[in-house]
Design a protein around this ligand. Structure first.
Ligand code: ACO
Ligand code: ZN
Length: 472
C-alpha cells in the first residue's frame, strides 16, 4: 500500500535523460478525485518546484520502500515533525544544465567557502596568465557617495478588502523570513495556475492565498494592484474600478521602457501584502509574514501602451542591522533568464552606492538566487579588474576595500567571488590576482551579452535615514 512517507522510483514529467527518468521520490500526500487516486511526490534529490501530482501508473511500486521505524512520517496540519529533508537544488540545476544551462554555472560553492570547481582550477593553473593585479590592503578610497533629487509620496492602491489573510506571525527577519517548513500542508503546491496580465503562470511552491482560491483552476490577479479574484468576470469588473496602470509609490528610475517604483510597506500595505503572496509562489525558502511596515519594495516594470507591467521586484528592510540590501528578490517566471534578475541585483547595489554603504542579500539564498548573485558579483568584479590600468609601468594595484567601495558589494562576497573564480594566488609573500587572457575573453563576451544595464543618471532617489525618523 502506497502511503505518505513511502519512497519509490517515480517517472518524472520532465525527463532529463534515461538514468534520471525514474528518480527516487517520496509520497507526501494522496487524494482521490472522481474515483481516481493521485499521489503528490517529492523527488528526493531535486528542488521542490518539481514536486507534482502523479497517477499510479507513474509509480514503480515493486521498488516501494516503507518509512523506516525511526523516520518520522509527515503529519497533517500544524506538525513540525514532517519527514522532510533539505532539498538539493544542485540536482535540478544539473538537470537544467543538460537542457539549457550555460557551462560555467555551478551552485555548489557556499558563500564564503572555497568554492573552486576542478574545471576552474585546471584552467587557471594551465591558462596563459596575462594580467596580474596586486591586492593591497593598505589604503582606502573614500566611499562612493552621491545624493539625488526627486521624491514624492503616494497613496495606497485602491484595492478592495481581500479574503481572509492568514494570522499574523512575529517577524524574524526579512519580509519573508527564512523557512524550515516541515508542515505537510505548506509543502504542497496549493495553486494550479495564476493569470497575471497576458501571462498564465504555474506556481512553484505553496503560498497562503485564501483556501477558497486553491480549489479553482485559475486565479486571476490584477497586474497593476495585484488584487486576486476567482474568475475572469470578477477581474473584468475589478478592472473597471481599478485605475492603476503602474505599481503604487514613487517612480524613482526610468530608462527606455524599464522603470522602478519604490513602495513603502507601511503606506501601501495592501499592495505590499499582495506582492508578498505572489512572490511566495516562487520562493520556497522563505515564510511569508504580514507585517510589511519595515520594508520598502522596489518593483521593476516594463512599459507599453497598456501600462507599466510588473517584471520582478526586490524587498529591502528600512533598517537592516546586518546591512542587507535585499531581503527577497524575484523575477516573474515569464521574464526569467533574460537578464532581468541581474538588472534587479544591479539596481539594489546602485541604491547601496547612493547610500554610501556596502550591502549583501539576506541569507539563505535560493539555488537560483545564488547562481544569479554569483554571476553578478563575478562580472562586476572582473569588470573592475579587467579595466585597471598599469601605473608607471607597474602592475595595477587594488585593495579588496577599494573593490567594495566601487561596487558596494560586501567584503565577504568579494572575497568568496575571487576564490570561486580561483583568481587569488599567493606569490612571493603576497596575494595577487592573476587573470588569464582566456578568462578576460570569456568575461568580455559575457558582458557583451548584458544588453540592459542600470544607468545611475536615471535614478532619482534620496536615501532616507529611517533610524532618525523614529517610526517607519
Ligand atoms: N538555471 C541555470 N542558471 C540560471 C537559471 C536557471 N534556471 N536562472 C538564472 N540562471 C543564471 C543565469 O544563467 C544568469 O547567469 P549568466 O548570465 O552568468 O548565465 C544568472 O543566473 C542571472 O540570470 P538572469 O536572467 O539575470 O536572472 P533571472 O531574471 O532569471 O532571475 C532570479 C534570477 C531572481 C533568482 C529568478 O530565478 C527567481 O526569481 N527565482 C525564484 C525566486 C528566487 O529564488 N529568488 C532568490 C531568492 S534569494 C533572496 O531572495 C535573497
Ligand atoms: Zn487592480
Amino acid at each position: 500500500m502506497v502511503v505518505e512517507g513511502c519512497r519509490l522510483p517515480v517517472k518524472m514529467s520532465i525527463l532529463p535523460n534515461e538514468e534520471e527518468e525514474w528518480p527516487l521520490a517520496e509520497i507526501l500526500s494522496r487524494k482521490e478525485e472522481k474515483g481516481k487516486l493521485e499521489f503528490y511526490v517529492h523527488y528526493i534529490d531535486f528542488n521542490k518546484r518539481l514536486d507534482e501530482w502523479v497517477l499510479p501508473d507513474r509509480l514503480r511500486v515493486e521498488e516501494l520502500q516503507f518509512p523506516k521505524k525511526d523516520q518520522k512520517t509527515p503529519q497533517k496540519q500544524n506538525s513540525s515533525a514532517a519527514n522532510s529533508r533539505p532539498t538539493t537544488p544542485d540536482r535540478e540545476l544539473q538537470l537544467s544544465k543538460k537542457l539549457s544551462l550555460p557551462e560555467q554555472s555551478s551552485p555548489a560553492a557556499k558563500l564564503g567557502g572555497q568554492g573552486q570547481t576542478p574545471q576552474s582550477q585546471t584552467k587557471s593553473n594551465a591558462g596563459r596568465k596575462r594580467k596580474a593585479i596586486f591586492l593591497d590592503e593598505k589604503q582606502d578610497l573614500p566611499p562612493a557617495y552621491c545624493n539625488s533629487l526627486l521624491s514624492q509620496d503616494s497613496q495606497d492602491a485602491p484595492a478592495t478588502p481581500q479574503p481572509s489573510a492568514p494570522p499574523q506571525q512575529p517577524r524574524q527577519t526579512g519580509s519573508m523570513s527564512s523557512s524550515h517548513d516541515e508542515n505537510i500542508i505548506t509543502r504542497i503546491k496549493n495553486m494550479e495556475t495564476i493569470e497575471l496580465g497576458k501571462y498564465r503562470i504555474k506556481p512553484w511552491y505553496f503560498s497562503p492565498y485564501p483556501p477558497e482560491l486553491t480549489t479553482i483552476s485559475i486565479v486571476y490577479i490584477c497586474e497593476f494592484c495585484l488584487k486576486y479574484v476567482k474568475s475572469r468576470k470578477c477581474l473584468e469588473r475589478h478592472r473597471t474600478k481599478c485605475t492603476l496602470r503602474h505599481p503604487p509609490g514613487n517612480e524613482i528610475y526610468r530608462k527606455s521602457t524599464i522603470s522602478f517604483f519604490e513602495i513603502d510597506g507601511r503606506k501601501n500595505k495592501m499592495y505590499s501584502q499582495n506582492l508578498c503572496l505572489l512572490a511566495k509562489l516562487f520562493l520556497d525558502h522563505k515564510t511569508l509574514y504580514y507585517d510589511t511596515d519595515p520594508f520598502l519594495f522596489y518593483v521593476m516594470t516594463e512599459y507599453d501602451i497598456k501600462g507599466f507591467h510588473i517584471v520582478g521586484f526586490f524587498s529591502k528592510e528600512k533598517e537592516s542591522t546586518e546591512d542587507y540590501n535585499v531581503a527577497c528578490i524575484l523575477t516573474l517566471p515569464p521574464y526569467q533568464r533574460k537578464g532581468y534578475g541581474k538588472l534587479l541585483i544591479e539596481f539594489s547595489y546602485e541604491l547601496s552606492k547612493f547610500e554610501g554603504k556596502t550591502g549583501s542579500p539576506e541569507k539563505p539564498l535560493s539555488d537560483l538566487g545564488l547562481l544569479s548573485y554569483r554571476s553578478y558579483w563575478s562580472q562586476t568584479i572582473l569588470e573592475i579588474l579587467v579595466n585597471l590600468k598599469p601605473e608607471n609601468g607597474e602592475r595595477p594595484q587594488i585593495t579588496i576595500n577599494e573593490i567594495c567601495e566601487l561596487t558596494s558589494i560586501r567584503k565577504e562576497d568579494v572575497i568568496s567571488t575571487l576564490q570561486h573564480l580561483n583568481l587569488i594566488n599567493y606569490y612571493k609573500g603576497q596575494y595577487i590576482i592573476t587573470l588569464s587572457q582566456e578568462s578576460i575573453d570569456t568575461h568580455n563576451r559575457a558582458m557583451a551579452k548584458r544588453k540592459i544595464r542600470i544607468d545611475a543618471k536615471c535614478l532619482h532617489w534620496t536615501p532616507k535615514d529611517w533610524a532618525k525618523r523614529g517610526k517607519w
